[in-house]
Write a protein that binds this ligand. Structure first.
Ligand SMILES: Nc1ncnc2c1ncn2[C@@H]1O[C@H](COP(=O)(O)OP(=O)(O)OP(=O)(O)O)[C@@H](O)[C@H]1O
Length: 244
């Protein structure tokens, strides 16, 4: 775990001339939950990709405290304690739930015994113990998502970046996810950055929201501040959100 702040400073990303991100600065402290919101195509996933080294920067830099992360490989950045999930769940379908988590612990460098203990602990924490020996392929969508987050936590990251963890979940699954995620920063000192379009989830979960539109930051603040911000209402929320 790290006591340092994760900082994406003045970050720009280009795809064949298209500026997907234009000078975005975002800070994430250990123990806080920040929501990254904005319309489709506003650059949210690209910002996570920029932080985790999946896309090169056209400008700016990403740091963990004083240490520069931009320019390092995704694997090196992961080894510095930055874990992520993807929009499309990535699990080993033909391994069981516990094997999926154990394999992440082994990849992190744990021995077999420690990996088993860690996996069992995470299953309990996530209410997945009854599914321990089920094959990942047969899980419900919500359970797959939770196994993916448990896998990410097996690497004991200081920061966890989640790309639309509630997408495709029903209401009950989303509530379960909310409770799981709410506890993580407190219990682990983890900094959490979450992209999701479920505004009810985001407003209840996040300490702060960061709003992107067309590759730039249009607002940051508490859920209350952001949902009354005229630029955010116009670009993303619509006027109904203010009365909700
Ligand atoms: N690998 C890529 N190659 C070319 N263009 C890309 C690539 N990745 C993203 N883009 C473009 O960059 C812009 C930002 O995309 P991004 O996926 O970051 O948006 P987003 O805010 O995450 O959207 P959504 O809410 O739909 O997931 C879009 O115009 C997208 O088409």
């Amino acid at each position: 775990m790290s006591n340092s702040t994760l900082i994406a400073e003045d970050v720009s990303v280009e795809f064949s001339g298209l500026r997907a991100l234009d000078g975005v600065t975002l800070k994430l402290d250990p123990g806080e939950i920040v929501g990254l919101i904005g319309p489709n195509g506003s650059g949210k996933t690209t910002l996570i990709n920029a932080i985790t080294g999946q896309v090169p920067l056209a400008g700016g830099e990403v740091r963990l405290g004083e240490a520069k992360l931009s320019g390092l490989s995704p694997r090196s950045i992961a080894l510095k304690g930055i874990a992520r999930s993807f929009q499309i769940v990535r699990l080993f379908n033909n391994l069981t739930v516990i094997e999926n988590i154990e394999s992440a612990a082994l990849a992190h460098g744990d021995g077999l015994r420690k990996a088993r203990q860690k996996a069992a602990g995470l299953l309990e924490e996530f209410g997945l113990t009854a599914l321990s020996d089920a094959l990942a392929v047969g899980l419900s969508y919500g359970d797959k998502r939770r196994v993916e987050i448990a896998r990410a936590l097996a690497a004991e990251p200081g920061f966890l970046l989640l790309d639309e963890p509630a997408a495709g979940m029903n209401e009950a699954e989303t509530e379960k996810l909310l409770h799981t995620l709410q506890g993580l920063p407190r219990e682990r000192g983890l900094g959490l950055l979450i992209i999701d379009h479920d505004m009810s989830l985001m407003m209840r979960l996040c300490d702060r929201l960061h709003v992107l539109a067309s590759g730039g930051t249009i607002a940051t603040g508490t859920a209350e501040e952001v949902r009354r911000n005229p630029a955010v209402i116009e670009a993303y929320l619509g006027s109904e959100a203010v009365d909700a």
